[in-house]
Design a protein around this ligand. Structure first.
Ligand SMILES: Cc1cc2nc3c(=O)[nH]c(=O)nc-3n(C[C@H](O)[C@H](O)[C@H](O)COP(=O)(O)O)c2cc1C
Length: 181
């Protein structure tokens, strides 16, 4: 099954057997999910894995190198010189739009994964919307839409050193609390 089929085959489930889910299974799921990107890799998320019966009971560049640092910053504003930038927006009428923004985060990760599956690369680019007025104008985005994030998209350059960087993730113990296992 390819990713498109996989994504399309998923659906919400609203009825369940009584078979318990082990801590190992929960861990395996989190181990896969935590590779989600986060801004500056801060991983400012927490997960409470709760056994439901409890609920039933109680319910790279150095500081000196200024020129290169400036160039790197400008590359961010230039969407990393990617051939395509995807700008994700939502209707301002939805504000306060926390849940919409959450959904856009999920969409962004889906885009990143789907592009990778097809041999393309992405960077979710918070810097690229710091001047959202410019993005609004040049991408012809209506004023009644708020820009959430943009994603620089293209085929990976194997010669580009920063493409070699492999980020890490915290151990589950640092951000997961198990209840009732
Ligand atoms: C909301 C958000 C904003 C980001 N903004 C930037 C950015 O402005 N510049 C950048 O180089 N990377 C940006 N990133 C990419 C993160 O730095 C990257 O996902 C994180 O360090 C983990 O690395 P990985 O994606 O290689 O696993 C952003 C990621 C997210 C989720």
């Amino acid at each position: 099954m390819n990713f498109a089929e996989f994504a399309a085959s998923r659906k919400s489930v609203r009825g369940f057997t009584k078979q318990p889910v082990t801590k190992e299974t929960v861990d395996a799921i989190i181990n896969a999910a935590k590779w989600a990107p986060s801004s500056y890799n801060t991983q400012t998320w927490k997960i409470h894995a709760v056994v439901a019966i409890q609920l039933f009971d109680v319910m790279g560049i150095t500081r000196e190198d200024k020129e290169k640092r400036m160039d790197w910053m400008m590359r961010g504003f230039r969407q990393f010189d990617a051939p395509v930038s995807l700008v994700l927006t939502y209707d301002k009428a939805l504000e306060p739009a926390g849940i919409t923004q959450f959904g856009l985060g999920s969409l962004a990760y889906g885009i990143v994964l789907a592009a990778w599956d097809l041999g393309l690369g992405c960077v979710i680019n918070g810097q690229g919307i710091m001047q959202s007025d410019v993005v609004h104008k040049h991408a012809n985005i209506p004023d009644d839409e708020a820009i959430m994030i943009c994603i620089a998209l293209g085929y990976p350059d194997p010669e580009f050193a920063a493409n070699e960087v492999r980020s890490t993730r915290a151990d589950n113990e640092e951000f997961v609390t198990y209840h009732g296992f």
